[in-house]
Design a protein around this ligand. Structure first.
Ligand code: NAD
Length: 706
C-alpha cells in the first residue's frame, strides 16, 4: 500500500497522503519516492491543470519519520555527513520541483501540519487550512535540538521576513489555523467541508504562481534586520540556545534572507552537521527511539498478554477520576468506587465534563461520549469489584486509609487480580504489608492531570512479581501512556528529582535572589513553567505537608530546612498558592496570574548584586542531574533510557538535551563533575558529584554507548 495516491478528475490531480497503518502521516523515504513519482505523473499529464496535495486522514502530517535520518546516515557508509547532505539535496530538489511547477500546486491541510508536513505545504503555491480548532501548525524542530531542514527555514524567512519568522523558527511556536492565518503561515482558512472544493478551485485558477522569491522580490524587512539581531542574541541565551541547532539556525536564516539559494545550501550543510552533534542525537534518541522502545515493552517481562478487562478504581478524587476517564476512553470497563455515592458520582462527572468539551469542539460524536461514560460505573460497594482484574487505589495519601481499602478490595476481587497503588510518596514495600498477596501488589504512579500527562511510573516493590509488572505495563499500553519501571524508594524517580529542583528555587528566594530571576532561569532551562509557579499550582500547604513528612521520615539526614523555611513563611502569610489566589504570584479576580507578589522582596532582603542567570541556571539544572544520577547509582532506575524519557515527559527537563543522562554524555562527564565541584564549593555539599559521575569523569565513561 503506497503512502501517496494520485486521483485525477476534471483537470485537477489530487495527491492524497494516507500512510497505511498510522493514525497520522509521517514522511518516510518511501513516501518521498512516491510523492516524487506521483508529482511527476501529474506534471506531465496534459489533462492536469492544477494539483492539490492533501491527506485522507483528519490531520496532514506529524513530521518526519526519524528512520529517514538513520537511513540517510547509513546510506553512505563511513561518511554519514555526506549521506545526510545527499538526502537533503534530493528532498530540496523535490520540493523545488513543486515550487517551480508551471501548474499551481495547492496544499489543503485538514488538521495538524508539523515539521516536514508544514515544510511541504510551504513549498506549494498556496496553503488553505481547514478551520479545525484542535489542529496544530508549526515547526517544533528546535525544541528537539534540530531545525527545519526541508526548505522550511529558508521559505519562512523569505515569506515573513527575518523578524517575524523568528517566532516560528527560534521559538518553535505552534499555533492553530486561526493563528497560522493571522501570522501568514497559511493563506486561507475555510470550514472543513469546503477544504477540498476550495483547494480544487484554487488549483484550477492558477493561484500563487510564481512564489515571491521566484519573482525576484527581496526578503520582507530586508536582508539584515536590527530587530532580528536582538531576537537572535536573546535566543542564544535561552535554553534551546545551548543546543548547537540554535546557532546553526540563525546562520541559515541570515543566509536565506540574503538569497533563497544560499538559504537552502546552508540548511543542507548546517542540518547535517547538527544531526551529527551529540546533543541532537541525545534529544532525538529520547523523544523518539527510547520513548517508542519503552512503549513497545522494552522493559516488559516476557509473559503472555495481561491486558486489563475490567478496572477497579478506589477513590474518585482528582487522580481516581482521571484514571477512570483514560481507561474508559481506551475501551476498558471501569468500576469507580468512593466512600459516598456523591463522591463517586463527582468522579464520573469529571469524565463527563472532559467528554462534553470534546463533543462541544466537534472532536467527538455524542454517541461516542455516551458509550465511554457508559463504561464507568460509580459505586460505593466493594462487591461491584468482583470481576475486576486490576484495581488501582487513589484514596488519600494516608497509609492507614490505603491499608483499609487494600484489605477490602482484595477480599472482594478474584485471587488473580493485581492491586496497584497510585501513591506519590509512600514506599510500595510498606503499603504491600496490608496485602495478602504482596507479589500481586505494584505501584502505578500517574501524573496530574492524568488525561494530559504522557508518563506513568511503575514501581516494583521488593516482592512484586513479573506478572504484576507486566499487567501494569499492558495497562499503560492500553491507555497509550509511556511507562517506566523503577524500583521502590522514597519519591520513586520523577518526584525524587523534582523535589530538589523546587527546593533549589525556594533556597534561591530565601537567599534574596529576585523571584523574577528564579522564574526566568527555570524557563531558560526549558522547564515548561517556572518553579515558583509550579509550587503555587500544587499549593504551598501541600508543599509544607510533604516537607514535614519527609523530615519525619529522614530525621537527621534531612537537609532541606532552608527551602522549607520559605514555604512555611509564605503559609504564615496566608498565601496558599493559586487555590486562594495568592502565593508567590498575585492573581486577578479572573484567576489569572497577575505577576510575582512584591511582598517577596520585603520578606527576603534582595541580594545586591544579584547572581548571574548562568549561576542560577547551573544550580537549577545540576540539582536535577545529580539526583537522577544518584537514582541510577542506587538502582532505583535500572535503565538510563527510562530516566531520560521520564525527565522530558514527566517534568519537562530541558527537552533539547534529551534528559539528564543524555545531557551528561553530550557535555562530558568530566566537565559536569567539575561544574558540580565548583557549585559545591560555593553552595554546599548537595552539589558534590555522585561517585558514579566522578568515576565516569576519571575513566571518560558515558551512560549511552558512543
Ligand atoms: P483527592 O483528595 O482528590 O481524592 C481522594 C479520594 O479518595 C476522595 O474522593 C475521597 O473521598 C476518596 N477516599 C478517601 N478515603 C476513602 C475510602 N476509605 N474509601 C473510598 N474512597 C476514599 O486526592 P488525589 O489528589 O486524587 O490523590 C489520590 C492519591 O493519588 C494520593 O495517594 C496521592 O498521593 C496520589 N497522587 C496525587 C497526585 C496529584 O497531583 N494530586 C499525583 C500523583 C499521585
Amino acid at each position: 500500500m503506497p503512502d501517496f495516491h494520485l486521483e485525477t478528475s476534471d483537470g485537477i490531480a489530487m495527491l492524497i497522503w494516507d500512510q497505511p497503518g498510522r493514525s497520522i502521516n509521517v514522511m518516510t523515504l518511501q513516501g518521498l519516492d512516491e510523492l516524487q513519482a506521483a508529482l511527476g505523473s501529474a506534471l506531465v499529464d496534459p489533462q492536469v491543470r492544477g494539483i492539490v496535495i492533501t491527506s485522507a486522514k483528519p490531520d496532514f502530517a506529524a513530521g518526519m519519520d526519524l528512520n529517514v535520518i538513520a537511513g540517510l546516515k547509513a546510506a553512505s557508509g563511513t561518511n554519514p555527513e555526506q549521506g545526510l547532505m545527499q538526502g537533503f539535496r534530493r528532498m530540496h530538489a523535490l520540493f523545488r520541483q513543486i515550487e517551480l511547477a508551471q501548474k499551481p500546486v495547492i496544499a489543503a491541510l485538514p488538521g495538524t501540519a508539523l515539521g516536514i508536513g508544514l515544510e511541504l505545504a510551504l513549498a506549494c503555491h498556496h496553503i488553505v487550512a481547514a478551520d479545525n480548532a484542535i489542529a496544530k501548525i508549526g515547526l517544533p524542530e528546535l525544541g528537539l535540538g534540530i531545525f527545519p531542514g526541508a526548505g522550511g527555514s529558508t521559505r519562512l524567512v523569505r515569506l515573513l521576513g527575518l523578524k517575524d519568522a523568528a517566532a516560528w523558527l527560534l521559538d518553535a511556536r505552534l499555533t492553530d489555523p486561526v493563528g497560522a492565518l493571522a501570522a501568514g503561515l497559511v493563506q486561507q482558512m475555510v470550514p472543513l467541508a469546503e477544504l477540498l472544493p476550495t483547494a480544487r478551485a484554487l488549483a484550477g485558477a492558477g493561484m500563487g504562481l510564481p512564489k515571491p522569491w521566484d519573482r525576484g522580490e527581496p526578503t520582507p524587512g530586508g536582508a539584515t534586520n536590527p530587530g532580528f539581531d536582538v531576537l537572535a542574541e536573546g535566543a542564544a541565551l535561552r535554553p534551546m540556545g545551548k543546543a548547537p541547532a540554535t546557532a546553526a539556525l540563525i546562520a541559515v536564516m541570515r543566509a536565506a534572507a540574503r538569497s533563497f539559494a544560499e538559504g537552502i545550501e546552508a540548511e543542507t550543510r548546517e542540518l547535517a552537521r547538527v544531526l551529527l552533534h551529540p546533543a541532537a542525537e541525545a534529544s532525538l534518541r529520547t523523544a523518539f527511539i527510547s520513548k517508542s522502545q519503552l512503549e513497545k515493552g522494552a522493559r516488559r517481562p516476557a509473559l503472555p498478554d495481561q491486558s486489563v478487562q475490567r478496572l477497579g478504581v478506589l477513590g474518585a478524587g482528582m487522580m481516581g477520576a482521571g484514571i477512570a476517564h483514560v481507561a474508559a476512553l481506551a475501551g476498558v470497563d471501569v468500576v469507580l468506587l468512593d466512600a459516598t455515592q456523591s463522591a463517586a458520582d463527582r468522579g464520573k462527572a469529571h469524565s463527563a465534563k472532559l467528554l462534553d468539551a470534546a463533543v462541544g469542539k466537534g472532536r467527538m460524536p455524542p454517541a461516542r461520549r455516551d458509550a465511554i461514560l457508559g463504561r464507568i460505573a460509580a459505586v460505593t460497594e466493594y462487591g461491584a469489584l468482583a470481576a475486576c482484574d486490576l484495581i488501582i487505589e487513589a484514596v488519600f495519601e494516608d497509609p492507614a486509609v490505603k491499608a483499609e481499602v487494600t484489605r477490602k478490595a482484595e477480599a472482594a476481587t478474584p485471587a488473580t487480580a493485581i492491586f496497584a497503588s497510585n501513591t506519590s510518596t509512600l514506599p510500595i514495600a510498606g503499603l504491600a504489608r496490608a496485602s495478602v498477596r504482596p507479589e500481586q501488589f505494584v505501584g502505578i504512579h500517574f501524573f496530574s492531570p492524568v488525561d494530559r500527562m504522557a508518563l506513568v511510573e511503575i514501581i516494583r516493590g521488593p516482592l512484586t512479581s513479573d506478572r504484576a509488572v507486566a499487567k501494569a505495563l499492558d495497562f499503560a499500553r492500553q491507555i497509550r501512556k509511556t511507562p517506566i519501571v523503577v524500583n521502590d524508594a522514597r519519591y520513586f524517580f520523577a518526584n525524587r528529582c523534582i523535589v530538589p529542583y523546587l527546593n533549589e528555587c525556594l533556597r534561591l528566594v530565601g537567599e534574596g535572589v529576585a523571584a523574577a530571576l528564579v522564574e526566568e532561569s527555570c524557563r531558560r532551562l526549558g522547564m515548561p513553567v517556572g518553579g515558583l509557579q509550579l509550587l503555587d499550582e500544587t499549593s504551598i500547604d501541600l508543599g509544607v505537608k510533604i516537607a514535614e513528612a519527609s523530615k519525619a521520615a529522614l530525621g537527621a539526614a534531612y537537609t532541606h530546612d532552608a527551602a522549607d523555611a520559605v514555604l512555611i513563611r509564605l503559609l504564615a502569610e496566608g498565601r496558599l498558592g493559586r487555590k486562594n489566589s495568592k502565593g508567590f504570584y498575585d492573581y486577578g479576580t479572573d484567576g489569572r496570574r497577575a505577576g510575582l507578589w512584591d511582598g517577596l522582596a520585603v520578606l527576603w532582603r534582595q541580594l545586591c548584586p544579584q547572581p548571574t542567570t548562568q549561576e542560577v541556571q547551573d544550580r537549577l539544572l545540576l540539582v536535577q542531574v545529580i539526583e537522577a544520577v544518584r537514582a541510577f547509582e542506587e538502582g532505583v532506575l535500572s535503565d538510563v533510557r527510562e530516566g531520560d524519557v521520564a525527565a522530558v515527559l514527566g517534568w519537562g527537563f530541558a527537552p533539547w538535551s534529551g534528559g539528564p543522562f543524555g545531557w551528561v554524555d553530550a557535555v562530558g562527564a568530566g566537565q559536569v563533575a567539575s561544574l558540580c565541584n565548583d557549585l559545591a564549593a560555593r553552595h554546599g555539599p548537595r552539589f558534590v558529584a555522585p561517585a558514579l559521575l566522578r568515576s565516569m569523569a576519571e575513566e571518560g565513561g558515558r551512560f549511552y554507548p558512543a
